[in-house]
Design a protein around this ligand. Structure first.
Ligand SMILES: Cc1cc2nc3c(=O)[nH]c(=O)nc-3n(C[C@H](O)[C@H](O)[C@H](O)COP(=O)(O)O)c2cc1C
Length: 313
């Protein structure tokens, strides 16, 4: 019924067979988890944000599902970048799907070291995570515009892969102007917005305590709660990036209608985090089918036809 709706898209010159991929974080840390994504309808395999050294992450409980999303302070548990360089080669060979590395260095030198290492790998894109809110003692780089400019400049000098930046949510129009200018200056291929809304607090009135342990209960909020922020961030950057930088929309996508809203806002493709964690890999095909159905109902036959077409009221 909906087979004429073409969900293929292109991000930073990389062709994706569908509009939908997984977001870095949930269930993309081990090779087994990455294989599950590779076998699913996710159009690419996004890997867990890695650091130079393997990390255990923060103490448990560090992830809690909520009625409309989740709160977490994982603290970047991962196997260390060398494993992901290896995994990317195995995944590329075994499945032929685009593979995306996500890098989350603890300092500029770490980021440079990992960007360099992935140049030799077959990853199709690199996403540098400038927005992890859950590392004790580390600010989110994306909120320090001077450092963002500096670190990105150095990264881009040594990189020849399609590269993008995972951004934190912004809430001030001036900040969109400033960040967009930096992205254009360094000619990044894409941005991914948004990461979880950092340092939120959920309190259980019965236990009179927070529901996650790290950082006094402060953690990143994700899922349906954050969709309006994700949509505004995509829209604000679309208006400022002059079509020169692609955009992954991320945040609160549960249904095909949510994905369609990101499409209208201007996203070139979307990433799914919390919903994948809750529902598993079947969520990618379900959301794709729902997106096709809504596009068909509205008379759109391709992503390009609807992209950014938010109407004025
Ligand atoms: C358990 C968990 C772990 C995450 N880890 C990462 C990460 O390692 N790197 C990253 O860039 N974002 C990470 N995120 C953020 C997600 O990629 C995504 O930006 C955010 O959750 C919003 O999307 P969602 O509402 O679809 O989950 C994580 C999110 C969750 C829920």
């Amino acid at each position: 019924m909906t087979k004429n709706i073409d969900l293929s898209t292109t991000v930073a010159g990389v062709n994706l067979e569908s509009y939908i991929i997984n977001a870095s974080g949930p269930d993309c840390t081990t090779y087994e988890e990455l294989q599950t994504i590779a076998r699913s309808e996710s159009a690419a395999v996004m890997m867990k944000s890695c650091t130079v050294e393997p990390r255990e992450g923060n103490p448990e409980p560090r992830y809690q599902r909520l009625d409309f999303g989740a709160i977490q302070s994982m603290g970047l548990p991962n196997l260390g970048y060398k494993e992901y360089v290896k995994f990317s080669a195995q995944l590329r060979q075994e499945y032929g799907k685009p593979v995306i590395a996500s890098l989350s260095g603890m300092c500029k030198e770490d980021n440079l070291k990992m960007v360099e290492a992935f140049q030799e790998s077959p990853v199709d894109m690199i996403e540098v995570n400038f927005s992890c809110p859950n590392i004790v003692g580390k600010p989110q780089l994306g909120y320090d515009f001077e450092q963002t400019d500096k670190v990105l400049g150095e990264i881009c000098k040594i990189n020849s892969k399609p590269i993008g930046v995972k951004l934190p949510p912004y809430f001030d129009l001036c900040h969109f102007d400033m960040v967009a200018e930096i992205m254009l200056k360094h000619k990044v291929g894409f941005i991914s917005c948004i990461n979880s809304i950092g340092n939120t607090l959920i309190i259980d009135a019965e236990t009179e305590a927070p529901i996650i342990k790290p950082k006094g209960g402060f953690g990143g909020l994700s899922g349906q709660y954050i969709k309006p922020v994700g949509l505004s961030n995509v829209r604000a950057f679309l208006e400022r990036l002059k079509g020169q930088v692609a955009i992954f929309g991320v945040g609160g996508i549960v249904t095909g209608t949510d994905a369609f809203e990101y499409l209208l806002a201007g996203a070139d493709a979307v990433q799914i985090g919390t919903t994948f964690e809750k529902e598993g890999a079947a969520s990618f095909s379900r959301i794709a089918q729902e997106l096709q159905a809504i596009m068909q109902r509205k008379g759109y036959s391709s992503i390009a036809e609807a992209k950014g077409k938010l109407r004025e009221l």
